[in-house]
Design a protein around this ligand. Structure first.
Ligand SMILES: [Zn+2]
Ligand SMILES: [Zn+2]
Length: 221
């Protein structure tokens, strides 16, 4: 039997089927807080171990009055699923994208020239800033969205989504010079979400915090 089969090679799987498979596979379970039943984000050290949990709402600038008590979402009776974008209560959809991580660094030393310091004191110019890895923020693969934010996601309207989210953020993140920085961070984060979105979305329903996933009914994206 010659190794070469006379039959034509099987056609390669269409590119989109990989995405479809991914959309059917369960979304990895996010952590929720046992106490307030709301979503948590995780921070990792540089070896990839979880070092801290943070309420997702705190990440969006809202205060919290207790420390997170993490548990997988399926162990939380009746979890409260807010929109991961604008914080609106009762998110309707789960989207899935590549896990996104952001490295945060902390300043360990600032070096200034001695002469500079003697003549200018606090106005001395910083010659070098040393930093070390502080933590890695993991944003997770699943993003919950309210109907309003989902409309912008479906339309792939990045600036529309950023505009909507900025309106909903606390003033301390959008006041004066903070606005540019906040918009920049949202742009970076949501660009990655849009770039890695898998087709389809899951509808959140009672007892289905990870969403009920269906194949996309529309034409090819
Ligand atoms: Zn909590
Ligand atoms: Zn929203």
């Amino acid at each position: 039997m010659p190794p070469h089969s006379p039959q034509p090679a099987r056609p390669a799987r269409p590119a989109e089927s990989a995405g479809l498979d991914a959309s059917v596979a369960p979304v990895p379970e996010p952590f929720y807080c046992r106490r307030c039943r709301r979503a948590l984000n995780v921070r990792l050290n540089n070896r990839g171990l979880i070092v801290e949990y943070l309420h997702a709402a705190e990440q969006r600038g809202q205060p919290s009055d207790h420390r997170p008590e993490p548990a997988p979402v399926t162990e939380i009776p009746d979890p409260i699923i807010d929109c991961d974008f604008c914080s609106a209560p009762e998110a309707a959809w789960i989207y899935r994208c590549a896990n996104q991580i952001t490295d945060a660094r902390r300043v360990t030393a600032q070096v200034i020239a001695v002469g500079d310091y003697q003549t200018r004191h606090h106005a001395a110019r910083v010659r070098r800033t040393d930093t070390e890895h502080a933590f890695t923020q993991a944003w997770g693969e699943g993003w919950s969205a309210c109907d309003g934010c989902a409309d912008f996601i479906e339309a792939r309207n990045l600036y529309g989504l950023i505009g909507r989210v900025v309106e909903a953020l606390p003033a301390k993140l959008t006041r004066g010079k903070h606005l540019m920085r906040t918009r920049g961070q949202l742009h970076e984060r949501y660009s990655d979400v849009f770039a890695t979105l898998v087709p389809g979305r899951g509808r959140i329903a009672p007892g289905h915090p990870l969403g009920i996933w269906t194949h996309p009914t529309g034409k090819t994206p």
